[in-house]
Write a protein that binds this ligand. Sequence first.
Ligand code: UD1
Ligand code: CA
Length: 473
Amino acid sequence: MTKARLQAVILAAGKGTRMKSARAKVLHPVLGVPLVDHVVRTVQSLQPDPLMLVVGHQADAVEAAFSGRGLEFVRQDPPLGTGHALLAARERYAAHPDRTLLVVNGDVPLLRRETLSALLEAHRRAAAAATLLTALLDEPEAYGRVLRDGDGVRAVVEARDASADELKVREINAGIYAFEVAPLLEVLGALRPQNAQGELYLTDVVRLLRARGASVAAVAAADPREALGVNTGAELAEAARLLRRRRNESVMAAGASLEDPDTIHIGLDVTVEPDATILPFTILEGKTAVAAGACIGPFARLVDARVGAGAQILDHCLLRECVVDAGASVGPFAHIRPESHIGPRAKVGNFVELKKTHLGEGSKAPHLSYIGDATVGPAVNIGAGTITCNYDGTAKHPTHIEAGAFIGSDTTLVAPVTVGEGAYIGAGSAITEDVPAGALALGRARQVVKEGWVEARRKAAAGAASTAHGRKA
Ligand code: UD1
Ligand code: CA
């Protein structure tokens, strides 16, 4: 298909009443992107020109979600049905009467590119004015029924307007169509809202085309699940489940190993290299990238994180907008916050929080620490319970720990402060001043030992009690 032969409209103006949600249906997230984004990506892969998105309900939010993606927005305000939505874009596609017009409901996220290609191919072969994608369902429920005559289609009747006999038809309209522009333009103006919903139905175009002697073809989707239209919260969850499975299968086919993939969520823009291992109940979101040989999870959540080759993210970690270099180890139970960078072979252990911190090559913060706004050189050891006091109540301040320094357990580093190369800090220190390279710093009260203090206190207490007793008698 050459680019100039195809144009497309995606219908995304409806409110989605059956979602019972304040958010426009097409913006509900599935695999980390809006529902309609799945449709946009699939249609876009065929390079239609132009690709129009009809928006209406929460139009500003929908347009904002797709700005910079090369779409032409068409406003349908107020949305008065799928036929009305197609009418709203009429001037745009009328400008290219020679280009086949692909029309896709915005709520069919499982639709695949191959299926659209098959629809367009069938449309061309049949030389039809319109071709519908259909699906054979055991429980066709609320979908529009496809009424055939011979190879062609006589009409599509909405479930609410269908007779008992028509409701028995198992072939449903998937809401995905190819049109020739000229015959479509001839009949669109004749749509009337004479139906149960009082809307202009796009599906009535079929009857109108047939009335004018034009031919309407249909092709059934190889996998009927692709026709799943999302109208309710339960259907959204079902679509998400199927998309997650499809996504995981493609990640595994590319060579990554997923243990118990039904529990693993891998967003659409995540990359997982071959020989990476993802353990159960792990969620990879945003632009997360996992390199070969890395192992993530179980129960880890990574959002926009980059994990290097062979690195390990252990149980119950949360990482956001950060980089973990090759061979590093994080967790269990670590929280790595934005703008953190964990160097090669560095180790961040349990109950450690990092924020805007660069941890140098081979450095370690193995237990119970908060390290924020810090630059930590290579081969540094940060003892258990070390805290950077980076906030003075007004502003944030940096901490610098240079190569090879040793920070004793339970140190508080009151920023701004620098610990020089190879310096030692005694356990339990509150460090308020810079420590020169090679020095030992102790910032705590000297230990006091009072021999026999417990016994002395006991005797003193007993003496006081007998005096009091004597007074009473
Ligand atoms: C539609 C079809 C039905 C088909 C089903 C497949 C019609 C009349 N019916 O029904 O035959 O079986 O899809 O899933 O077309 N939209 C607008 N503007 C509007 C109304 C809707 O842009 O005024 C958009 C919606 O945002 C949605 C799509 O069109 O993305 C479909 O609308 P929806 O109300 O879900 O149609 P269905 O009742 O599911
Ligand atoms: Ca629908």
